[in-house]
Design a protein around this ligand. Structure first.
Ligand SMILES: [Zn+2]
Length: 526
Protein backbone atom coordinates (compact mmCIF):
# COMPACT_ATOMS: atom_id res chain seq x y z
CA UNK A 1 0.00 0.00 0.00
CA UNK A 2 2.90 2.32 0.68
CA UNK A 3 4.27 1.67 -2.82
CA UNK A 4 0.84 2.41 -4.33
CA UNK A 5 0.72 5.66 -2.40
CA UNK A 6 4.18 6.58 -3.66
CA UNK A 7 3.02 5.92 -7.23
CA UNK A 8 0.05 8.25 -6.72
CA UNK A 9 2.22 11.02 -5.33
CA UNK A 10 4.78 10.58 -8.12
CA UNK A 11 2.07 11.15 -10.73
CA UNK A 12 -0.38 13.50 -9.01
CA UNK A 13 1.72 15.31 -6.44
CA UNK A 14 0.71 15.49 -2.80
CA UNK A 15 -1.56 18.51 -3.22
CA UNK A 16 -4.58 16.34 -3.92
CA UNK A 17 -6.60 15.85 -7.06
CA UNK A 18 -5.40 15.13 -10.53
CA UNK A 19 -5.57 17.22 -13.66
CA UNK A 20 -3.78 20.14 -12.10
CA UNK A 21 -3.15 21.82 -15.44
CA UNK A 22 0.40 20.59 -15.69
CA UNK A 23 1.41 21.88 -12.26
CA UNK A 24 1.93 18.43 -10.76
CA UNK A 25 4.83 16.10 -11.26
CA UNK A 26 3.14 14.22 -14.13
CA UNK A 27 4.97 14.29 -17.46
CA UNK A 28 2.23 12.55 -19.40
CA UNK A 29 1.03 15.63 -21.31
CA UNK A 30 4.57 16.50 -22.27
CA UNK A 31 4.94 13.00 -23.71
CA UNK A 32 1.60 13.48 -25.46
CA UNK A 33 2.74 16.76 -27.01
CA UNK A 34 5.81 15.07 -28.45
CA UNK A 35 3.87 12.08 -29.80
CA UNK A 36 1.26 14.29 -31.50
CA UNK A 37 2.00 17.97 -32.18
CA UNK A 38 5.75 17.55 -32.41
CA UNK A 39 6.31 14.17 -34.11
CA UNK A 40 2.83 12.89 -35.03
CA UNK A 41 1.00 11.45 -36.80
CA UNK A 42 2.62 8.02 -36.62
CA UNK A 43 1.34 6.03 -39.58
CA UNK A 44 3.36 2.79 -39.54
CA UNK A 45 6.70 3.19 -41.34
CA UNK A 46 6.06 6.83 -42.27
CA UNK A 47 8.88 9.35 -41.71
CA UNK A 48 6.90 10.78 -38.77
CA UNK A 49 6.52 7.31 -37.22
CA UNK A 50 10.26 6.76 -37.44
CA UNK A 51 11.08 10.19 -35.99
CA UNK A 52 8.61 9.66 -33.13
CA UNK A 53 10.26 6.30 -32.42
CA UNK A 54 13.66 7.95 -32.25
CA UNK A 55 12.29 10.59 -29.90
CA UNK A 56 10.66 7.99 -27.64
CA UNK A 57 13.83 5.90 -27.47
CA UNK A 58 15.88 8.98 -26.59
CA UNK A 59 13.42 10.00 -23.88
CA UNK A 60 13.30 6.51 -22.36
CA UNK A 61 17.10 6.42 -22.25
CA UNK A 62 17.17 9.84 -20.61
CA UNK A 63 14.93 8.49 -17.85
CA UNK A 64 17.48 5.77 -17.23
CA UNK A 65 15.51 2.81 -18.56
CA UNK A 66 17.40 -0.30 -19.63
CA UNK A 67 17.54 -2.20 -22.89
CA UNK A 68 15.90 0.64 -24.84
CA UNK A 69 15.61 -0.34 -28.47
CA UNK A 70 13.57 -0.08 -31.62
CA UNK A 71 13.13 -3.81 -32.12
CA UNK A 72 12.81 -4.60 -35.81
CA UNK A 73 10.10 -6.70 -37.41
CA UNK A 74 9.46 -7.19 -41.12
CA UNK A 75 6.21 -5.71 -42.38
CA UNK A 76 4.66 -5.44 -45.83
CA UNK A 77 4.03 -1.69 -45.54
CA UNK A 78 6.15 0.84 -47.37
CA UNK A 79 6.63 4.26 -45.84
CA UNK A 80 4.04 6.79 -46.97
CA UNK A 81 3.18 10.41 -46.28
CA UNK A 82 1.01 13.09 -47.77
CA UNK A 83 3.15 16.16 -48.33
CA UNK A 84 0.52 18.42 -49.88
CA UNK A 85 -3.24 18.57 -50.20
CA UNK A 86 -5.61 21.13 -51.67
CA UNK A 87 -9.16 20.33 -52.67
CA UNK A 88 -12.01 22.56 -53.77
CA UNK A 89 -15.20 22.77 -55.75
CA UNK A 90 -14.69 25.27 -58.58
CA UNK A 91 -18.05 25.00 -60.43
CA UNK A 92 -20.88 25.94 -60.09
CA UNK A 93 -19.24 28.01 -57.38
CA UNK A 94 -16.13 27.92 -55.25
CA UNK A 95 -15.98 25.99 -52.01
CA UNK A 96 -12.92 24.86 -50.10
CA UNK A 97 -13.31 21.19 -49.19
CA UNK A 98 -12.40 19.50 -45.92
CA UNK A 99 -10.62 16.32 -46.96
CA UNK A 100 -7.59 14.11 -46.33
CA UNK A 101 -6.04 11.61 -48.78
CA UNK A 102 -6.39 7.98 -47.76
CA UNK A 103 -3.13 6.31 -46.65
CA UNK A 104 -0.97 4.63 -49.29
CA UNK A 105 -2.75 6.16 -52.27
CA UNK A 106 -0.98 8.08 -55.01
CA UNK A 107 -0.88 11.78 -55.87
CA UNK A 108 -2.40 13.83 -58.69
CA UNK A 109 0.88 14.75 -60.38
CA UNK A 110 0.02 18.45 -60.37
CA UNK A 111 -3.26 20.35 -60.21
CA UNK A 112 -6.15 18.40 -61.73
CA UNK A 113 -9.64 19.64 -62.53
CA UNK A 114 -12.41 17.24 -63.40
CA UNK A 115 -16.13 16.72 -63.49
CA UNK A 116 -17.64 14.93 -60.52
CA UNK A 117 -19.74 11.81 -61.05
CA UNK A 118 -21.45 9.41 -58.65
CA UNK A 119 -20.40 5.84 -59.43
CA UNK A 120 -21.18 3.36 -56.70
CA UNK A 121 -19.23 0.28 -57.71
CA UNK A 122 -19.88 -2.65 -55.41
CA UNK A 123 -19.99 -5.62 -57.76
CA UNK A 124 -18.31 -6.75 -61.00
CA UNK A 125 -21.59 -5.88 -62.76
CA UNK A 126 -21.21 -2.27 -61.58
CA UNK A 127 -17.77 -2.24 -63.18
CA UNK A 128 -19.30 -3.17 -66.53
CA UNK A 129 -22.02 -0.55 -66.09
CA UNK A 130 -19.52 2.33 -65.69
CA UNK A 131 -16.93 1.03 -68.15
CA UNK A 132 -15.79 3.89 -70.42
CA UNK A 133 -17.75 6.55 -68.53
CA UNK A 134 -15.20 7.60 -65.92
CA UNK A 135 -12.27 8.95 -67.93
CA UNK A 136 -10.96 12.23 -66.47
CA UNK A 137 -13.71 12.16 -63.83
CA UNK A 138 -13.65 12.59 -60.08
CA UNK A 139 -15.70 9.73 -58.68
CA UNK A 140 -18.00 9.92 -55.66
CA UNK A 141 -18.24 6.35 -54.45
CA UNK A 142 -21.80 6.62 -53.08
CA UNK A 143 -24.84 8.87 -53.36
CA UNK A 144 -25.50 11.57 -50.75
CA UNK A 145 -25.45 10.21 -47.21
CA UNK A 146 -28.30 10.35 -44.74
CA UNK A 147 -27.09 12.35 -41.74
CA UNK A 148 -29.18 11.67 -38.66
CA UNK A 149 -29.86 14.56 -36.31
CA UNK A 150 -27.59 14.03 -33.30
CA UNK A 151 -29.77 13.63 -30.23
CA UNK A 152 -27.19 12.16 -27.87
CA UNK A 153 -24.11 13.89 -26.46
CA UNK A 154 -20.99 13.57 -28.57
CA UNK A 155 -19.00 12.48 -25.55
CA UNK A 156 -19.96 10.62 -22.42
CA UNK A 157 -18.60 8.69 -19.48
CA UNK A 158 -20.03 5.36 -18.45
CA UNK A 159 -22.90 5.74 -16.00
CA UNK A 160 -23.06 3.34 -13.08
CA UNK A 161 -25.86 1.51 -14.88
CA UNK A 162 -23.77 1.15 -18.06
CA UNK A 163 -20.83 -0.19 -16.04
CA UNK A 164 -23.13 -2.68 -14.31
CA UNK A 165 -24.32 -3.83 -17.74
CA UNK A 166 -20.74 -4.73 -18.68
CA UNK A 167 -20.40 -7.24 -15.84
CA UNK A 168 -22.68 -10.21 -16.65
CA UNK A 169 -21.40 -12.93 -18.92
CA UNK A 170 -22.70 -12.58 -22.48
CA UNK A 171 -24.67 -15.51 -23.85
CA UNK A 172 -22.91 -16.04 -27.18
CA UNK A 173 -24.93 -15.08 -30.23
CA UNK A 174 -22.23 -15.58 -32.82
CA UNK A 175 -21.87 -11.82 -33.24
CA UNK A 176 -18.73 -9.98 -32.15
CA UNK A 177 -18.53 -8.98 -28.50
CA UNK A 178 -18.37 -5.51 -27.09
CA UNK A 179 -15.35 -3.63 -28.26
CA UNK A 180 -15.51 -5.03 -31.78
CA UNK A 181 -15.33 -2.17 -34.21
CA UNK A 182 -17.30 -2.97 -37.31
CA UNK A 183 -17.26 -0.95 -40.45
CA UNK A 184 -13.59 -0.08 -40.49
CA UNK A 185 -12.09 1.67 -43.46
CA UNK A 186 -14.00 3.62 -46.01
CA UNK A 187 -16.40 1.05 -47.42
CA UNK A 188 -19.58 2.63 -48.65
CA UNK A 189 -22.80 1.84 -46.82
CA UNK A 190 -24.74 -1.06 -48.22
CA UNK A 191 -21.65 -2.85 -49.52
CA UNK A 192 -22.54 -6.48 -50.25
CA UNK A 193 -21.45 -9.08 -47.70
CA UNK A 194 -18.10 -10.57 -48.69
CA UNK A 195 -15.45 -12.58 -46.90
CA UNK A 196 -12.20 -10.77 -46.11
CA UNK A 197 -10.55 -12.50 -49.07
CA UNK A 198 -13.40 -11.66 -51.44
CA UNK A 199 -13.45 -8.04 -50.35
CA UNK A 200 -9.68 -7.73 -50.70
CA UNK A 201 -9.77 -9.30 -54.14
CA UNK A 202 -12.59 -6.97 -55.20
CA UNK A 203 -10.80 -3.91 -53.79
CA UNK A 204 -7.62 -4.85 -55.65
CA UNK A 205 -9.59 -5.25 -58.84
CA UNK A 206 -11.33 -1.94 -58.21
CA UNK A 207 -8.01 -0.14 -57.81
CA UNK A 208 -6.84 -1.45 -61.17
CA UNK A 209 -10.22 -0.65 -62.69
CA UNK A 210 -10.18 2.99 -61.50
CA UNK A 211 -6.70 3.42 -62.90
CA UNK A 212 -7.49 1.68 -66.19
CA UNK A 213 -10.69 3.70 -66.63
CA UNK A 214 -8.67 6.93 -66.27
CA UNK A 215 -10.31 8.15 -63.06
CA UNK A 216 -8.58 11.25 -61.63
CA UNK A 217 -9.39 10.43 -58.04
CA UNK A 218 -12.13 8.97 -55.85
CA UNK A 219 -14.00 10.59 -52.98
CA UNK A 220 -15.52 8.86 -49.97
CA UNK A 221 -17.41 9.98 -46.89
CA UNK A 222 -19.22 8.39 -43.97
CA UNK A 223 -22.30 9.57 -42.11
CA UNK A 224 -20.28 9.40 -38.88
CA UNK A 225 -17.81 11.89 -40.35
CA UNK A 226 -19.93 15.00 -40.14
CA UNK A 227 -19.48 18.57 -38.88
CA UNK A 228 -15.98 18.89 -40.28
CA UNK A 229 -14.84 15.54 -38.97
CA UNK A 230 -13.89 12.81 -41.42
CA UNK A 231 -12.88 9.21 -40.86
CA UNK A 232 -10.68 7.02 -43.00
CA UNK A 233 -8.47 3.98 -43.25
CA UNK A 234 -5.81 3.02 -45.73
CA UNK A 235 -5.35 1.36 -49.10
CA UNK A 236 -4.31 -2.27 -48.79
CA UNK A 237 -0.57 -2.78 -48.92
CA UNK A 238 -0.96 -6.55 -49.21
CA UNK A 239 -3.56 -8.98 -50.43
CA UNK A 240 -4.53 -11.92 -48.28
CA UNK A 241 -4.49 -15.30 -49.97
CA UNK A 242 -6.99 -18.04 -49.11
CA UNK A 243 -4.21 -20.13 -47.50
CA UNK A 244 -3.49 -17.38 -44.96
CA UNK A 245 -0.37 -16.00 -46.62
CA UNK A 246 -0.25 -12.45 -47.96
CA UNK A 247 1.12 -11.00 -51.17
CA UNK A 248 2.60 -7.51 -51.02
CA UNK A 249 1.10 -4.99 -53.43
CA UNK A 250 4.02 -3.71 -55.56
CA UNK A 251 5.14 -0.20 -54.67
CA UNK A 252 4.61 0.97 -58.28
CA UNK A 253 0.99 -0.19 -58.10
CA UNK A 254 0.39 1.81 -54.94
CA UNK A 255 2.19 4.88 -56.29
CA UNK A 256 0.27 4.90 -59.55
CA UNK A 257 -3.14 4.28 -57.97
CA UNK A 258 -5.58 7.19 -58.28
CA UNK A 259 -5.71 9.13 -54.99
CA UNK A 260 -8.61 8.41 -52.68
CA UNK A 261 -9.77 11.32 -50.57
CA UNK A 262 -11.97 11.12 -47.49
CA UNK A 263 -14.27 14.17 -47.30
CA UNK A 264 -16.41 15.45 -44.45
CA UNK A 265 -20.00 14.36 -45.05
CA UNK A 266 -21.71 17.73 -45.59
CA UNK A 267 -19.20 18.81 -48.25
CA UNK A 268 -19.55 15.44 -49.94
CA UNK A 269 -23.32 15.68 -49.83
CA UNK A 270 -23.41 19.13 -51.45
CA UNK A 271 -21.54 17.75 -54.45
CA UNK A 272 -23.77 14.66 -54.59
CA UNK A 273 -27.00 16.69 -54.39
CA UNK A 274 -25.89 19.09 -57.14
CA UNK A 275 -25.25 16.06 -59.35
CA UNK A 276 -28.65 14.60 -58.45
CA UNK A 277 -30.15 17.87 -59.73
CA UNK A 278 -28.12 17.57 -62.93
CA UNK A 279 -25.98 20.60 -62.10
CA UNK A 280 -22.46 19.92 -63.41
CA UNK A 281 -19.83 20.08 -60.68
CA UNK A 282 -16.16 20.67 -61.31
CA UNK A 283 -13.64 19.86 -58.60
CA UNK A 284 -9.98 20.70 -58.36
CA UNK A 285 -7.32 18.84 -56.43
CA UNK A 286 -3.60 18.98 -55.95
CA UNK A 287 -2.24 16.05 -53.96
CA UNK A 288 1.35 15.03 -53.35
CA UNK A 289 2.18 11.76 -51.63
CA UNK A 290 5.56 10.15 -51.08
CA UNK A 291 6.49 6.51 -50.70
CA UNK A 292 9.54 4.88 -49.16
CA UNK A 293 10.41 1.32 -50.17
CA UNK A 294 11.67 0.44 -46.67
CA UNK A 295 9.10 -1.93 -45.18
CA UNK A 296 11.08 -2.71 -42.00
CA UNK A 297 9.14 -1.68 -38.95
CA UNK A 298 9.86 -1.59 -35.21
CA UNK A 299 8.31 -1.90 -31.77
CA UNK A 300 9.65 0.45 -29.07
CA UNK A 301 11.09 -1.55 -26.15
CA UNK A 302 12.34 -0.44 -22.71
CA UNK A 303 12.90 -2.26 -19.44
CA UNK A 304 13.32 -1.91 -15.70
CA UNK A 305 15.40 -4.91 -14.64
CA UNK A 306 13.94 -7.04 -11.87
CA UNK A 307 15.75 -8.30 -8.77
CA UNK A 308 15.08 -11.74 -7.30
CA UNK A 309 13.22 -13.02 -10.41
CA UNK A 310 14.80 -10.88 -13.08
CA UNK A 311 14.30 -13.57 -15.75
CA UNK A 312 10.54 -13.29 -15.28
CA UNK A 313 8.63 -10.57 -17.08
CA UNK A 314 5.68 -8.23 -16.67
CA UNK A 315 4.81 -6.37 -19.86
CA UNK A 316 2.95 -3.11 -20.40
CA UNK A 317 2.18 -1.21 -23.58
CA UNK A 318 -0.13 -0.21 -26.36
CA UNK A 319 0.23 0.56 -30.00
CA UNK A 320 2.48 3.40 -31.06
CA UNK A 321 1.28 3.69 -34.67
CA UNK A 322 -1.69 5.81 -35.69
CA UNK A 323 -3.61 6.89 -38.74
CA UNK A 324 -2.48 10.11 -40.39
CA UNK A 325 -5.81 11.98 -40.52
CA UNK A 326 -5.16 13.72 -37.21
CA UNK A 327 -2.03 13.37 -35.10
CA UNK A 328 -2.86 10.04 -33.43
CA UNK A 329 -3.70 11.44 -29.98
CA UNK A 330 -6.48 9.21 -28.63
CA UNK A 331 -5.56 6.30 -30.93
CA UNK A 332 -3.14 5.57 -29.54
CA UNK A 333 -0.94 8.39 -28.32
CA UNK A 334 -2.90 8.03 -25.08
CA UNK A 335 -1.91 4.41 -24.47
CA UNK A 336 1.66 5.09 -25.58
CA UNK A 337 2.06 8.15 -23.36
CA UNK A 338 0.55 6.34 -20.37
CA UNK A 339 2.87 3.35 -20.91
CA UNK A 340 5.91 5.63 -21.07
CA UNK A 341 4.70 7.50 -17.99
CA UNK A 342 4.25 4.22 -16.09
CA UNK A 343 7.88 3.35 -16.86
CA UNK A 344 9.06 6.82 -15.87
CA UNK A 345 7.27 6.72 -12.49
CA UNK A 346 8.35 3.19 -11.61
CA UNK A 347 11.94 3.97 -12.55
CA UNK A 348 12.03 7.31 -10.72
CA UNK A 349 10.64 5.74 -7.52
CA UNK A 350 13.27 3.01 -7.67
CA UNK A 351 10.72 0.58 -6.20
CA UNK A 352 12.04 -2.88 -5.53
CA UNK A 353 10.40 -5.19 -8.05
CA UNK A 354 11.27 -8.89 -8.32
CA UNK A 355 10.36 -9.30 -11.99
CA UNK A 356 11.65 -7.33 -14.94
CA UNK A 357 9.13 -4.82 -16.31
CA UNK A 358 9.21 -4.50 -20.09
CA UNK A 359 7.33 -1.86 -22.04
CA UNK A 360 6.48 -2.47 -25.69
CA UNK A 361 4.88 0.08 -27.99
CA UNK A 362 3.67 -1.68 -31.12
CA UNK A 363 3.44 -0.70 -34.76
CA UNK A 364 1.17 -2.01 -37.50
CA UNK A 365 -1.73 -2.34 -35.06
CA UNK A 366 -4.06 -0.45 -37.36
CA UNK A 367 -3.38 -2.92 -40.15
CA UNK A 368 -4.16 -6.00 -38.02
CA UNK A 369 -2.16 -6.07 -34.74
CA UNK A 370 0.86 -6.81 -36.91
CA UNK A 371 3.67 -5.53 -34.66
CA UNK A 372 2.47 -7.32 -31.53
CA UNK A 373 1.74 -10.50 -33.49
CA UNK A 374 5.25 -10.46 -34.92
CA UNK A 375 6.68 -9.87 -31.43
CA UNK A 376 4.65 -12.64 -29.81
CA UNK A 377 5.60 -15.03 -32.60
CA UNK A 378 9.28 -14.16 -32.20
CA UNK A 379 9.39 -14.24 -28.38
CA UNK A 380 6.63 -16.51 -27.10
CA UNK A 381 4.84 -18.77 -29.58
CA UNK A 382 3.64 -19.01 -33.15
CA UNK A 383 -0.13 -19.41 -32.89
CA UNK A 384 -0.12 -21.51 -36.06
CA UNK A 385 1.80 -24.33 -34.34
CA UNK A 386 1.51 -23.26 -30.66
CA UNK A 387 5.00 -24.43 -29.78
CA UNK A 388 6.07 -22.25 -26.85
CA UNK A 389 9.50 -20.75 -26.09
CA UNK A 390 11.23 -20.62 -22.71
CA UNK A 391 10.31 -16.92 -22.53
CA UNK A 392 6.63 -17.94 -22.84
CA UNK A 393 7.05 -19.67 -19.50
CA UNK A 394 8.58 -16.60 -17.91
CA UNK A 395 5.97 -13.95 -18.82
CA UNK A 396 3.57 -13.16 -16.01
CA UNK A 397 1.16 -10.92 -17.95
CA UNK A 398 0.66 -8.01 -20.33
CA UNK A 399 -1.39 -4.84 -19.74
CA UNK A 400 -2.61 -2.81 -22.71
CA UNK A 401 -4.22 0.61 -23.16
CA UNK A 402 -5.89 1.44 -26.46
CA UNK A 403 -9.42 2.72 -25.93
CA UNK A 404 -8.80 6.44 -26.19
CA UNK A 405 -8.48 9.14 -23.58
CA UNK A 406 -11.17 7.91 -21.18
CA UNK A 407 -10.12 7.01 -17.66
CA UNK A 408 -9.99 3.45 -16.35
CA UNK A 409 -13.28 2.20 -14.88
CA UNK A 410 -12.36 -1.49 -14.69
CA UNK A 411 -10.82 -4.37 -16.59
CA UNK A 412 -11.86 -7.19 -18.93
CA UNK A 413 -10.87 -10.67 -17.71
CA UNK A 414 -10.77 -12.14 -21.25
CA UNK A 415 -12.46 -15.21 -19.89
CA UNK A 416 -9.74 -15.75 -17.24
CA UNK A 417 -11.89 -16.21 -14.13
CA UNK A 418 -8.79 -16.96 -12.02
CA UNK A 419 -7.80 -13.30 -12.38
CA UNK A 420 -10.98 -11.97 -10.75
CA UNK A 421 -9.91 -12.06 -7.06
CA UNK A 422 -6.47 -10.73 -7.99
CA UNK A 423 -7.80 -7.72 -9.93
CA UNK A 424 -10.46 -7.08 -7.28
CA UNK A 425 -7.77 -6.89 -4.61
CA UNK A 426 -5.64 -4.58 -6.73
CA UNK A 427 -8.57 -2.29 -7.45
CA UNK A 428 -9.49 -2.25 -3.74
CA UNK A 429 -6.25 -0.39 -3.11
CA UNK A 430 -7.28 2.20 -5.73
CA UNK A 431 -10.87 2.67 -4.58
CA UNK A 432 -10.42 6.42 -4.37
CA UNK A 433 -9.62 6.60 -8.09
CA UNK A 434 -11.88 4.07 -9.82
CA UNK A 435 -14.82 1.72 -9.28
CA UNK A 436 -12.64 -1.08 -10.60
CA UNK A 437 -15.37 -3.02 -12.38
CA UNK A 438 -14.19 -6.53 -13.26
CA UNK A 439 -15.95 -8.27 -16.11
CA UNK A 440 -15.41 -11.79 -17.41
CA UNK A 441 -15.98 -10.51 -20.95
CA UNK A 442 -13.52 -10.28 -23.77
CA UNK A 443 -12.75 -7.06 -25.48
CA UNK A 444 -11.22 -7.14 -28.90
CA UNK A 445 -9.61 -4.82 -31.35
CA UNK A 446 -6.17 -4.42 -29.87
CA UNK A 447 -2.81 -5.91 -28.98
CA UNK A 448 -3.60 -7.86 -25.80
CA UNK A 449 -5.26 -10.30 -28.22
CA UNK A 450 -1.85 -11.24 -29.64
CA UNK A 451 -0.88 -12.49 -26.16
CA UNK A 452 -4.25 -14.07 -25.43
CA UNK A 453 -3.97 -15.96 -28.73
CA UNK A 454 -0.99 -17.95 -27.39
CA UNK A 455 -2.37 -18.53 -23.88
CA UNK A 456 -0.62 -15.62 -22.19
CA UNK A 457 -2.51 -13.36 -19.76
CA UNK A 458 -3.13 -10.15 -21.71
CA UNK A 459 -5.59 -7.52 -20.54
CA UNK A 460 -7.20 -4.31 -21.73
CA UNK A 461 -8.89 -1.94 -19.30
CA UNK A 462 -12.47 -0.68 -19.42
CA UNK A 463 -12.16 3.01 -20.29
CA UNK A 464 -14.74 5.77 -20.48
CA UNK A 465 -15.87 6.10 -24.10
CA UNK A 466 -15.69 9.93 -24.21
CA UNK A 467 -15.92 11.12 -27.86
CA UNK A 468 -13.84 8.26 -29.24
CA UNK A 469 -16.46 6.76 -31.54
CA UNK A 470 -18.12 10.04 -32.51
CA UNK A 471 -15.13 12.27 -33.05
CA UNK A 472 -11.60 11.04 -32.65
CA UNK A 473 -11.14 7.33 -33.53
CA UNK A 474 -9.43 7.26 -36.97
CA UNK A 475 -10.51 10.83 -37.73
CA UNK A 476 -8.90 14.13 -38.68
CA UNK A 477 -9.85 15.32 -35.17
CA UNK A 478 -7.76 12.74 -33.36
CA UNK A 479 -5.58 15.49 -31.96
CA UNK A 480 -3.98 16.66 -28.70
CA UNK A 481 -7.03 18.69 -27.68
CA UNK A 482 -9.22 15.59 -27.48
CA UNK A 483 -6.96 14.29 -24.68
CA UNK A 484 -8.15 14.75 -21.11
CA UNK A 485 -5.17 15.24 -18.84
CA UNK A 486 -6.82 14.07 -15.62
CA UNK A 487 -7.87 10.85 -17.31
CA UNK A 488 -4.36 10.10 -18.54
CA UNK A 489 -2.94 10.75 -15.08
CA UNK A 490 -5.50 8.43 -13.51
CA UNK A 491 -4.62 5.75 -16.06
CA UNK A 492 -0.90 6.12 -15.37
CA UNK A 493 -1.39 5.62 -11.62
CA UNK A 494 -3.64 2.59 -12.02
CA UNK A 495 -1.54 0.91 -14.66
CA UNK A 496 1.67 1.57 -12.72
CA UNK A 497 0.04 0.04 -9.64
CA UNK A 498 -1.05 -3.02 -11.65
CA UNK A 499 2.42 -3.46 -13.10
CA UNK A 500 4.01 -3.05 -9.67
CA UNK A 501 1.63 -5.62 -8.16
CA UNK A 502 2.26 -8.09 -10.98
CA UNK A 503 6.01 -7.62 -10.69
CA UNK A 504 6.12 -8.17 -6.92
CA UNK A 505 3.44 -10.80 -6.14
CA UNK A 506 4.87 -14.22 -5.22
CA UNK A 507 3.41 -16.08 -8.22
CA UNK A 508 3.05 -15.27 -11.88
CA UNK A 509 -0.49 -14.48 -12.98
CA UNK A 510 -2.69 -17.56 -13.54
CA UNK A 511 -3.15 -18.62 -17.15
CA UNK A 512 -5.90 -20.13 -19.21
CA UNK A 513 -5.06 -23.34 -21.08
CA UNK A 514 -2.83 -23.06 -24.13
CA UNK A 515 -5.17 -22.74 -27.12
CA UNK A 516 -5.10 -25.24 -29.98
CA UNK A 517 -2.93 -24.22 -32.95
CA UNK A 518 -4.63 -21.79 -35.31
CA UNK A 519 -3.38 -22.52 -38.81
CA UNK A 520 -3.56 -19.71 -41.37
CA UNK A 521 -2.62 -17.16 -38.77
CA UNK A 522 -6.04 -16.82 -37.16
CA UNK A 523 -6.30 -13.09 -37.82
CA UNK A 524 -9.05 -11.70 -35.68
CA UNK A 525 -10.87 -8.41 -35.95
CA UNK A 526 -8.95 -5.33 -34.91
ZN1 LIG B 1 -5.90 1.89 -31.50
Amino acid sequence: MNAIHKIKVAELGSGGGFGGGGRGPSRVMDIMYNLTDRYGPRLTNSPQFRAAGQWAAGQLKEWGLSNVQLEKWSSDMPGWECTYFAGSMVEPTYQALIGVPVAWTGGTNGVVTGEAIVAQIQTPADMDKFHGKLKGKIVLTSPALELPFPTTPLAHRYTEAELAELVPEIIPTGAGGRGGRGGRGVLAAGQPQMTVEERQAFQSRLRTYMKDEGVLLTLTATARGDSGTLFGGGAQTSTRNPNGTATRVPLETLESSPPQVSLTAEHYNRIARLLEHNVPVKLQFDIKTQFDANTDSFNVIAEIPGAAKKDELVMVGGHFDSWHYGTGATDNGAGSAVSMEVMRILKSLNLKMDRTVRMALWSGEEQGLLGSRAYVKEHFADPAVMKTTAEHGRLSGYFNIDNGTGRIRGVYLQGNEMMRPIFEAWFAALKDMTEGVVTIRNTGGTDHQSFDAVGLPGFQFIQDPMDYETRSHHSNMDVYDRIQQADLEQMAVIEAAFVYNAATRPDKLPRKELPAPQPAGGRGGY
